[in-house]
Write a protein that binds this ligand. Structure first.
Ligand SMILES: [Ca+2]
Ligand SMILES: [Ca+2]
Length: 169
């Protein structure tokens, strides 16, 4: 194949990418499944959590109290600032919850600041819920960004499952 033909073939291939797929790239700022996040030290040392085959994270059987996992938020290649934090969870009890908090960490001082939170409600089924709207310009060359998830239950009966977290509009 000549270079010119190859370039034409690449151009044709790019033109065949569905418009919906291109739009999705700019709409969805970032998302992570629970099992892709990093459990904090106490969760690992205490063997407090388990991952499901579907990529969700929940208490290990027989464990209660709180454990935390952190999800790193990389730079948004689309360039659109998100305005909401989304949490997908299962919460079947008033004796437990799943909560996501969005933080930024200053590169110069290491100081962390939370600027958005979404907390589960007792729906007893897989639910996606969003935070109230926030306005923030993400600047990755002065701050790093992450979401900290808290999974809490009193006793071992409540089902509190963290499925995924996302930033979007
Ligand atoms: Ca355990
Ligand atoms: Ca609850």
């Amino acid at each position: 194949m000549t270079n010119r033909k190859m370039i034409s073939a690449i151009a044709l291939a790019l033109s065949l990418v569905p418009a919906a797929a291109q739009a999705a790239d700019t709409d969805n700022y970032w998302s992570a499944n629970a099992a892709g996040c990093v459990p904090e030290d106490a969760a690992i040392q205490g063997d407090l959590y388990s991952t499901t085959s579907g990529g969700a994270v929940q208490h290990d059987s027989g464990d209660s109290g709180s454990f935390y996992v952190d999800c790193d938020v990389p730079k948004n290649s689309g360039g659109t600032n998100p305005g909401k934090l989304f949490l997908t969870y299962d919460d079947d009890s008033s004796s437990g919850f799943v909560e996501a908090q969005l933080y930024r960490m200053s590169r110069s001082t290491g100081t962390v600041t939370s600027f958005s939170t979404v907390t589960s409600t007792n729906n007893g089924g897989t639910t996606s819920e969003s935070s109230s709207s926030f306005s923030h310009t993400f600047v990755q060359n002065t701050h790093s960004y992450f979401v900290r998830i808290q999974v809490q239950r009193t006793g071992t009966t409540p089902l509190e499952v963290f499925y995924s977290v996302a930033l979007g509009t």
